[in-house]
Each structure stands twice: as structure tokens, then as C-alpha cells.
Design a protein around this ligand. Structure first.
Ligand SMILES: *[C@@H]1O[C@H](CO)[C@@H](O)[C@H](O)[C@H]1NC(C)=O
Length: 182
């Protein structure tokens, strides 16, 4: 939910989860067991992948870009889980809740909304719980490719369950970043 920004490489600033994971994956696979937790959001429900304009150069709406990036997180989790089968590395995505954080710093309207409804929002400490749960809970030992909210399995929107979209996004991401990922 930021104003339009690009990285120095000219990317819309949402490719980060993908690149960071690709840089760490070798190390993670060499670990005895490793878990990747992708912080997504309920907002993925309202997103769709605009393949014709992934960098939002044609038009940019910060709310829609946010939803798209959160959907991309879910699709990334799905495809990565598929690729990690047979390794001891798992990956799951989480909806942390609506957390009273500085997420709204670029929007006056959202800041007012968050202030008015602050008693209904999670504190950052509460918002961290599902991520921590996915990182350490014994029962999730071999669970991968799932989405969690309030420390329980959560609904994934149909557009977040499409293997075809997940693969297409994956391939384009590799191409854009100039990396091979086997
Ligand atoms: C996964 O971990 C188990 C031990 O918990 C080990 O025996 C096995 O070789 C590991 N598999 C891979 C692919 O690293």
C-alpha cells in the first residue's frame, strides 16, 4: 500500500520474497530441517495477477497492487512447496491478522480507520503469533504449501489455488530476475 516505487533494477517492489528465498534455498536444503514462512494476507482474496503489466507501469493503484502482491505470495508458496517435495524444507504462508502497524503510513484515510478501530486490531505481538506457530509448531513438521490464520489452516481463494497461474508466475519471476531455479 505504498506510492508507486521501483527498485534500482526497475522492478515494482514486490519480487522480494522470491529473490530472498532463491538466495537462501541452498543453505536451507543443507539444514537438517528448515521452514519457510511467507507473510501474505487475507487481502490475497481480492487480488489477481496482472500478467500483462506485472510492474504496474500501465496503471497503479496501491490497494490493488497490495492485493496482487499478497496473492503472489500465496502462489509462490504453492509452487515452492511443490518443488520442495522430497526435501526437508517446508513452506507455508500466513495471514497475520489486521495488525496495528505502520502498514497504513502512506494513506491518511487508512490511518484514520486504523486509529478509530484500533481496539479491534491485533498488536504487533499478537500479529506475530501465526508466523511463530508456523515456524515452530511440532504438528506442522511435514506440512507444506498451506495457508494459516490465527494459528489454524485458513481459506485460500480460488485464484490462489491455480497451479497453472503459480507456475506461470514462477517462470516469469525467474526470467525477470535472470535466475535458474531447479
Ligand atoms: C530428511 O531428514 C531425515 C532426518 O530427519 C534424513 O534422514 C533424510 O536424509 C533427510 N532428507 C533429505 C532429502 O535431506
Amino acid at each position: 500500500m505504498c506510492p508507486y516505487m521501483k527498485t534500482i533494477d526497475g522492478f515494482d517492489a514486490h519480487r522480494s520474497h522470491f529473490l530472498l528465498t532463491s538466495l537462501l534455498i541452498g543453505q536451507l536444503k543443507r539444514s537438517v530441517h528448515a521452514r519457510i514462512v511467507v507473510v501474505s494476507s487475507l487481502a490475497h482474496n481480492f487480488g489477481w495477477i496482472r500478467f500483462h503489466d506485472l510492474h504496474s507501469q500501465g496503471s497503479y493503484n496501491s490497494g490493488l497492487a497490495y492485493c496482487q502482491s499478497k496473492l503472489a505470495n500465496v502462489l509462490f508458496t504453492r509452487e515452492l512447496a511443490r518443488r520442495l517435495k522430497g526435501t526437508n524444507v517446508t513452506v507455508n504462508s500466513v495471514h497475520p491478522g489486521t495488525v496495528n502497524s505502520d502498514l497504513t503510513r502512506h494513506s491518511t484515510l487508512m490511518t484514520i480507520f486504523f486509529t478509530v478501530f484500533s481496539t479491534f486490531l491485533k498488536t504487533p505481538r499478537e500479529g506475530a503469533q501465526t508466523s511463530i506457530y508456523c515456524a515452530v509448531a511440532e504438528e506442522l513438521h511435514s506440512i507444506s504449501g498451506k495457508h494459516f490464520s490465527d494459528c489454524a489452516p485458513a481459506f485460500v481463494a480460488p485464484q490462489g489455488r491455480s497451479e497453472e497461474t503459480a507456475r506461470r508466475l514462477w517462470d516469469i519471476s525467474c526470467e525477470l530476475l535472470g535466475i535458474e531455479w531447479n
